[in-house]
Design a protein around this ligand. Sequence first.
Ligand SMILES: Nc1ncnc2c1ncn2[C@@H]1O[C@H](COP(=O)(O)OP(=O)(O)OP(=O)(O)O)[C@@H](O)[C@H]1O
Ligand SMILES: [Mg+2]
Length: 476
Amino acid sequence: MAVRKTVQVVPRARRTLTSLRNLGYDLRHAVADIVDNSVSAGATTVHVTVHFDGTRSWIRISDNGRGMNAERLTEAFRYGSEREYDRTELGRFGFGLKSASTSQCRRVTVVSRADTLGAALEARQLDLDHIDQVDKWEIFDLAPDELPEPTRSLLDGASGTVVLWEGLDRVLRLKDPFGGWAKRQLITHAGDIDEHLGMVFHRFLAGEVADREPLRITVNGTLVESWDPFCRSEPSTSALQEEDVEVHSLGGSGIVHLSPFVLPNQNHFSSQAAWKRASGPKSWNRQQGFYIYRADRLIQSGGWCRLRAVDEHAKLARISLEFFPELDSAFGVNVAKASVTLPEELRKELTPLVKSWGRVADAVYRQKQRPPSPPPRRTKPSGVPSAQPVPTERRSTDGRSPSLEHVSGSRPTTSAPALVNQRDLGATSLVPEAAPLSARQALEAAAARVGESEALTRITSALRTTFPEIAHDLGW
Ligand SMILES: Nc1ncnc2c1ncn2[C@@H]1O[C@H](COP(=O)(O)OP(=O)(O)OP(=O)(O)O)[C@@H](O)[C@H]1O
Ligand SMILES: [Mg+2]
């Protein structure tokens, strides 16, 4: 075959870099992407500092990881930098350091010391103002006396990496960058970063990741607390049946592991403070649904991925969905690693499960605070058996085998619903009060608990055909 003639078309640095600032990061995601690199480099401690000084404000992320030698540090600044990744690594595209940094600032400096004997301190800087001038893919190789002040004396003798963002044009967009508003905005950002890191790295912070020491992260000197979306330390949290789903895609095959949880009703939380903390950064309703983990790092928190609508009655359902990078292309993981698309094959499997988890969550949501003595029941619709307790699995805080607890669940059957306050909605909202649980709900909840919702659906559809009256009396 004849050799075809080629011509090299090198991207224009100025315009490409400007476009690459807009890959969809917000500040929290950008910082988390830099922390990903620290985690991949084996860091056990990461310090995030947000410093206010008007237009000279800066954000710094430093770690005690393996660091980089001169060659690796230069390569780290290449868009699409080359390297091999382990299965459990958080990196993938060779973009994060550059794209996350420039999404927030105009000048990024990285100072690093490798963990080899006598390794020197190396520093490189990407400055968008310089790129604008020269229109070339150029970075600065900084001499020790050229290091920006905030990066000095942090890696004295130790290995690690410091990433410094200056010229925060995307963070402080205010007219008066030295004013009180700007300062307050930066303080709010620091709080958001703290909350976000506590959520997305919660498994790392809590020491739940295999073969890793627990990670410590501080934001402006305060230790970031891990936030467990599933409230596993709450005695009344229910862990439902776990599932493994095999997903095949052109990019690779792998297992998706599902661990569904139904959080306790507000009345059964150990304290109001615990209930409030459990509501999460986006608050209860928007925190329901899937928690999608890629290699133990949370990349999507809440939402049902179009498998059902967000609903007050399902707000206690939170489902851990985990996959590893072999399924990256199946999940359409993007550079910012801030959201995914569920593969079609998985969506089909999830559809009935989502329904059954929703029913359990609804039953728990409708549980009433246990009254001192039960009020007398006045009416009972014909054919509907007395209320049955919903068995919920009690997950022990020490991780040993779960024991069972029975809590009374209920649902209105005939009478008009009464009204109660829901404190978590911020303002007072009115929703139906709980009433006795129907036979249908009890069976659906029990079937969901043992992972037999689909079997129950088949049984009830047969029942409707063969004994329609009984099916009707039971609520189907
Ligand atoms: N804190 C760090 N410690 C050690 N090496 C680092 C650090 N940050 C970046 N690197 C090196 O720089 C390379 C480029 O980082 P970058 O974040 O741009 O891409 P990536 O992590 O490989 O992939 P992704 O685009 O998915 O984040 C990394 O692969 C790693 O080798
Ligand atoms: Mg990275």
